[in-house]
Design a protein around this ligand. Structure first.
Ligand SMILES: [Cu+2]
Length: 247
């Protein structure tokens, strides 16, 4: 918008008042025109995807915590994600939260809040790292440059497990305890829906969203092949359980 003459120094003088009023009126008309133009520009309609997920387990298995299910959508309309940092605390020999979600290129900080040392490492093929051993009150960080799910462990305490899901899209959500999820801000088009839980192979399906309607997917993740087997330490060896809690 062309800037109207904003010099009002002459507005109080009678001879200049009419001109000043004309300029104010012109400015108002330009402003109204600008607002109308903005309103008239059709915004891409945004659609929310509502769905439900469950994990099918073998009989006798404690039910999966569905709050650890991560859902994300990729499509041609996906904007680039900006790197961000999230925090996963090490507390009471656990990673909290158990599952963390970061945009690709983002980082996770691992503050050690226990009164003893922890190590943080991953042997993921997406990008292995080892933050070394560090004491209470210290924080170190890892960057997740490639999309995917990274298993992160402590080389001292075998039971400490953290999953970092690095997603290449801002359209991401987690399920509720009941398995419901909502992904907002989507536009019409074809999308690739990803649903992940640690107990099951990642579920991927193509969905089509129109401005009038989004599908309401119901996804059953098959966790029956899941076995809670012990992972190896950062050297690829079995944990020395007798030393596990010395720190
Ligand atoms: Cu540890």
């Amino acid at each position: 918008m062309n800037a109207p003459d904003r010099d009002h120094r002459g507005a109080s003088r009678p001879a200049a008042r009419d001109g000043a009023l004309t300029r104010v009126a012109l400015a108002m008309r330009l402003l109204v025109a600008a607002v109308c133009t903005t309103v008239a520009t059709p915004l891409a309609a945004q659609v929310a995807l509502h769905g439900q997920v469950r994990v099918i387990d073998r009989p006798g298995t404690p039910p999966a915590d569905l709050r650890d299910v991560v859902i994300w959508l990729e499509g041609a309309a996906s904007p680039r994600v900006s790197p961000a940092t999230v925090s996963v605390a090490m507390r009471l020999r656990e990673f909290e939260p158990h599952v963390a979600v970061v945009p690709v290129g983002g980082a996770v900080t691992y503050p050690n809040q226990d009164p003893f040392s922890h190590n943080v490492f991953s042997n993921s093929s997406l990008g292995a790292f080892d933050l070394g051993l560090y004491r209470t009150g210290k924080t170190r960080a890892a960057t997740f440059a490639r999309a995917g799910v990274y298993a992160v462990y402590c080389n001292i305490h075998a039971r400490m497990v953290n999953y970092v899901v690095a997603v290449p899209t801002p359209y991401v959500a987690r399920a509720t305890a009941a398995g419901n999820f909502t992904v907002t801000g989507l536009s019409a088009g074809r999308w690739r829906l990803h649903v992940w839980h640690e107990r099951a192979p990642e579920h991927v399906e193509e969905i089509v969203i129109t401005t009038a309607q989004a599908p309401t997917p119901t996804i059953a993740l098959d966790g029956r092949g899941f076995q809670a087997k012990a992972h190896l330490n950062k050297f690829g060896q079995v944990y020395a359980t007798s030393r596990a809690d010395r720190y």
